[in-house]
Design a protein around this ligand. Structure first.
Ligand SMILES: [Zn+2]
Length: 264
């Protein structure tokens, strides 16, 4: 599933292609999934922003087109067999590709953006000055859930999913199964610092394309961060720090990968 880095890489690639252009049509056959898109037609795209895992097209007239990529959604320059929405812009066509069809669109007036589920319940961005070690510690302390589940809660911090939560916890030396209440102040500070570090490195590498190939960049290049993953998807391989085989566990239905020696 695309996480913050994949959405940010998409935003950076699309921005120069869409900004300033008028939407001539949004062609699709699924009004339940791609909602009220006719209200976006005829408007100009003033800017492309990201909040957590959402892409926000700011449109003329005070409207937004909000896009969530879901499990396998992405934008392409060429039509694919799994194109679900054709973006006909002035002088540019884009294709929303989504084999598994979990991606969603909402066209809403900016003032009603909270009608988009979860959008207004997101916690701070990882680079937000409000995302401090003390803030994170308070959020961890008040929860008996495993620390990995807390980090993936979009209301705590926006944008982390399965891959980058595992990677950040490896960098911080904290085991994903540890309960939030048992995380020390020093560990919370290390986790706080590790999160933007991991995300920045992943953005630089174009995100992470796993073996399933579900994520690709807009120009269909893969995301090379897979080569730099320390623990995610590396069960049984040696820990890059100490050589101990990486272990995998299931926490609340999701897999977690960690080094049993470096992460206590
Ligand atoms: Zn290790």
């Amino acid at each position: 599933m695309p996480e913050l880095p994949e959405v940010e890489v998409t935003r950076r690639a699309l921005s120069p292609l869409v900004e300033g252009r008028r939407i001539l049509d949004l062609v699709h056959a699924d009004p339940a999934r791609y909602r009220d898109t006719e209200r976006a037609v005829g408007r100009r795209i003033l800017g492309l922003f990201r909040r957590g895992k959402f892409l926000l097209f700011r449109l003329s007239g005070g409207w937004l087109l909000v896009v969530h990529l879901g499990m396998s959604g992405g934008f392409r320059l060429q039509r694919t067999p799994h194109t679900r929405v054709v973006f006909r812009l002035e002088g540019q066509e884009l294709y929303f590709h989504d084999p598994r069809r979990f991606g969603k669109f909402w066209a809403v007036p900016e003032a009603e953006r909270c009608r988009v589920p979860l959008l207004c319940r997101l916690g701070p961005e990882p680079w937000d000055p409000a995302f401090t070690a003390e803030y994170l510690r308070q959020r961890l302390r008040s929860s008996r859930r495993p620390v990995k589940a807390i980090l993936m809660d979009q209301a705590v911090v926006a944008g982390l999913g399965n891959i980058y939560a595992d990677e950040a916890l490896f960098l911080a030396g904290v085991r994903p199964t540890r309960r939030g209440t048992r995380v020390t102040r020093a560990e919370a500070a290390r986790i706080r610092k590790a999160i933007p570090r991991v995300l920045e490195a992943a953005i630089e590498d174009g995100g992470t394309t796993l073996k399933d190939q579900s994520y690709r960049q807009v120009d269909e290049a893969i995301g090379y961060f897979r080569l730099r993953l320390s623990v995610y998807g590396r069960t049984g391989e040696p820990c890059p720090r100490c050589g101990t085989p990486i272990r995998r566990m299931v926490i609340q239905g999701r897999s977690a990968h960690f080094c049993p020696r470096c992460q206590r």
